[in-house]
Write a protein that binds this ligand. Structure first.
Ligand code: CU
Length: 153
């Protein structure tokens, strides 16, 4: 009886060693995978930052928004629909080479809540929304430029 037990012991040990090799191989594969993914992501992030400067609560009037082409796709203000929280200040930046405005209301029908007047290229306008609701705005110079702000509680 005793000798049988002694014979079984080495067999169990070898099995345990084989099992122990499998997790260490998996760990090595995961580490190699993570290092390769992080290496690939670095150049992508740099190129994205160069093209579009994405800032929270900033709406961009992009290059060529003075042309009607942006109208059908709602790309005259980017984003053209923005959800803000009550009390949040929203910024609009004119990245175009033409003047633009941010005027509350509908085309030809300003409601008088806010009006930036003509915003120079590279200049900003801001408005702080203190009441929940849906606010439409437009550009007084370009009838195809329309945007909307939804203010949530
Ligand atoms: Cu405009």
């Amino acid at each position: 009886m005793i000798t049988k037990k002694h014979k079984e012991m080495p067999q169990i040990l070898t099995v345990n060693k084989k099992i122990a090799i499998i997790p260490s191989v998996i760990i090595v594969v995961i580490i190699v995978g993570i290092s390769q993914v992080s290496l690939e992501y670095v150049p992508d992030e740099i190129s994205e930052v160069e093209i579009v400067e994405e800032v929270d609560n900033m709406i961009i009037m992009p290059v060529k928004s003075a042309r009607p082409d942006c109208g059908p796709n709602d790309e005259c203000y980017i984003p053209s629909y923005y959800v803000a929280k009550t009390g949040e200040t929203v910024y609009w930046k004119n990245q175009d080479s033409a003047f633009h405005s941010v005027t509350s209301g509908q085309q030809e029908n300003p409601d008088g809540l806010f009006d930036s007047g003509h915003i120079d290229p590279d200049e900003k306008f801001s408005y702080t929304f203190t009441e929940p609701g849906v606010y439409s705005y437009y550009c007084t110079l370009h009838p195809w430029m329309n945007g909307m702000i939804k203010v949530e509680r």
